[in-house]
Design a protein around this ligand. Structure first.
Ligand code: PGA
Length: 259
């Protein structure tokens, strides 16, 4: 599925909206546009409580659903956790792993690795989030990113890389305004760096691995980031909570065809 040349635009609703009614209206608003776009695969990652209802309501191919997190154990006494199997059963085909907001709550590279393995074992697609919190002149952040990437993919086979999306989300750019996002040129450098790390490990298999960007994507900066940043798509936070704004981003992605 990921070999498609479609753009990938992911809505990360985080802990929003507060009621199922509001989740329903937000999804209905997004669906009007998302269901019609030929060149965009939209992936909605709602809070887990809304996953089953929303995914049950849509039968088309242009929209898929994802969870925002999973636990790595298959089942058992893990109060409050949700397994890969459970989110799969609730309609998720994708899962965000290693989002910076989860890492800020204590998730380690090892936890991320265990979650990647659990998700792939359940035949889910992994959206692996990596990103530095700040940049330094000597380029230590590149080592940091390499470590996040290599540790999460440790032991992951080339065949499973086809079910992996890399979301580059510099923490300094998350949750701000479009003006604080990365510049397209800097983004392109990061895409090349990430691609190189992947190719070192997976050779040709990694050429098609989608690398997407997240961090204050809005309709104003979407086109430049796609075209000059040379990313496969976006992971969108706050702008995905407004159906009109998110639909504008989807339309821009649809018109800015992937290479
Ligand atoms: P943002 O969030 O678009 O609000 O910056 C992105 C994310 O955290 O995935």
């Amino acid at each position: 599925m990921l070999k498609t040349k479609k753009r990938i635009v992911i809505a990360n609703w985080k802990m929003n909206p507060q009621t199922a009614d509001d989740a329903w209206s937000l999804f209905s608003g997004i669906k009007k546009t998302a269901s019609k776009l030929r060149f965009v695969h939209t992936i909605i990652c709602p809070p887990a409580t809304y996953l089953l209802d929303l995914s049950d309501s849509y039968r088309g191919k242009n929209i898929s659903f994802g969870a925002q997190n999973i636990f790595w154990k298959e089942k058992g006494s893990f109060t409050g956790e949700i397994s890969a199997r459970q989110i799969h059963d609730a309609g998720a085909r994708f899962v965000l792993v290693g989002h910076s907001e989860r890492r800020a709550l204590g998730e380690t590279n090892e936890n991320v690795w265990l979650k990647v393995k659990a998700a792939l074992k359940e035949r889910l697609h992994v959206i692996l989030c990596i990103g530095e919190s700040e940049r330094d002149e000597s380029g230590d952040y590149l080592h940091f990113l390499r470590e996040q990437l290599e540790s999460a993919l440790n032991g992951v086979k080339a065949a499973d890389l086809n079910r992996t999306i890399i979301a580059y989300e510099p923490i300094w750019a998350i949750g701000k305004t479009g003006e604080d996002a990365i510049t397209p040129d800097k983004l392109h450098e990061m895409v090349l760096f990430i691609r190189r790390v992947l190719v070192e490990r997976y050779n040709k298999t990694a050429i098609d691995t989608p690398i997407i960007y997240g961090g204050s994507v809005e309709k104003e900066n979407a086109q430049g980031l796609l075209e000059r940043g040379v990313v496969a798509g976006f992971l969108v936070g706050h702008a995905s909570l407004d159906a009109t704004e998110f639909s504008s981003i989807l339309k821009i992605a649809n018109e800015t065809k992937a290479l």
